[in-house]
Write a protein that binds this ligand. Structure first.
Ligand code: AVI
Length: 322
């Protein structure tokens, strides 16, 4: 039987207030920056789905290919009767591959901040896998997650290179959290984008159709709508480049001219070429992943990649496996 949706009730007005605070703080800070999570309103999420289909954005299809090829091995490693917990589940497309590969799955618990996504995902999974216990958890996986009663060994799942959107410090903090949640006999399947030819990386975040630019600039549109801001979208540009030394893509909104903008009743002046940081997307190599795992109480049991070595899916095991 499927349990109710566990929730951390967050009213829309509280979300709006959190957005307002983050934007006012972020535009007042130097350098200016707004947290990436605010890119994902309904339109931003739809644009991100479009990004995943772009010819230049190899990440999604490459990871899906690896998971398809390796699902059986993942299922064997996980063993029968485990509980699958997905962090930031979105539409749970990739988790279906693991749901089908893990023998006698005890339950599937998708954790997502969007109640809408969760409800749709849970309904679809219950329809397609009538015997599966689905226990959605409505929460920000970066914060405290309500207890999940599984009574089973736990397999975490964090696909999509979302780890790359966290700074190294945030990534370690998140993985330590996950390590605590999956326990001493748990494991985590982690998807991470790999370091590679900088041009290939540059192209993935500067697609020719301009979808990534629309995704970035949608943040201004969201501020106009939700915070009564006065951004002229034509007077700002998307900027994304690979910083090889830092091993990360950096993404900004850049002002194309000197201009003033009002946001939630406050005035902000922008110089020509002044930028607002919106995202990092860190890229890893196997040594980086091993260090990340070690720093958070996991060890890398296996790393699977694709023939071009574009993307990695790592199977991390808790350090104290009995
Ligand atoms: C969600 N995340 C893994 C994407 C990435 O590749 O860092 C977000 C993104 N931003 C622009 N393109 C894709």
């Amino acid at each position: 039987m499927n349990g109710p949706v566990l929730s951390v009730p967050v009213a829309e007005s509280a979300d709006r207030e959190e957005f307002r605070r983050a934007v006012l703080d972020g535009l007042s800070a130097r350098p200016r920056a707004i947290p990436a999570k605010f890119l994902y309103d309904a339109r931003g999420s739809a644009l991100f789905d479009e990004i995943c289909e772009l010819p230049e954005y190899y990440l999604t299809r490459t990871e899906t290919g690896i998971l398809k090829r390796r699902a059986g091995e993942i299922g064997r490693r996980a063993g029968p009767g485990c509980a699958l917990i997905e962090f930031g589940s979105g539409s749970s497309v990739k988790s279906r591959l693991l749901i089908e590969a893990c023998p006698a799955l005890a339950l599937y618990a998708p954790i997502d901040i969007s109640r809408q996504h969760l409800d749709a995902t849970a309904a679809g999974l219950r329809r397609d896998y009538p015997g599966l216990r689905v226990e959605p958890v409505c929460a920000d996986f970066m914060g405290p997650v309500p207890p999940i009663e599984t009574g089973a060994r736990r397999l975490g799942f964090f696909p999509g290179s979302t780890i790359g959107n966290l700074t190294p410090g945030e990534a370690i903090a998140f993985l330590r959290n996950v390590r605590g949640l999956v326990g001493d006999d748990g494991a985590l399947v982690l998807g991470a984008d790999l370091k590679k030819d900088p041009q290939r990386l540059h192209d993935a975040y500067n697609d020719r159709a301009g979808v990534t630019a629309a995704f970035t600039l949608n943040l201004l549109r969201r501020m106009n709508r939700e915070l009564l801001a006065s951004f002229d979208l034509a007077a700002f540009a998307h900027e994304a480049f690979y910083d090889e030394r830092e091993g990360r893509i950096e993404i900004y909104v850049r002002s194309l001219k000197p201009q003033s903008v009002t946001v939630a009743g406050q005035r902000f002046d922008f110089a020509a070429d002044e930028r607002v940081h919106t995202e990092y997307s860190y890229k890893y190599d196997p040594a980086d992943l091993a260090a990340l795992a070690a720093g958070s109480g996991f060890t890398v049991a296996e790393t699977w990649t694709d023939p071009e070595r574009l993307f990695a899916v790592a199977y991390l095991e808790s350090g104290n496996r009995k």
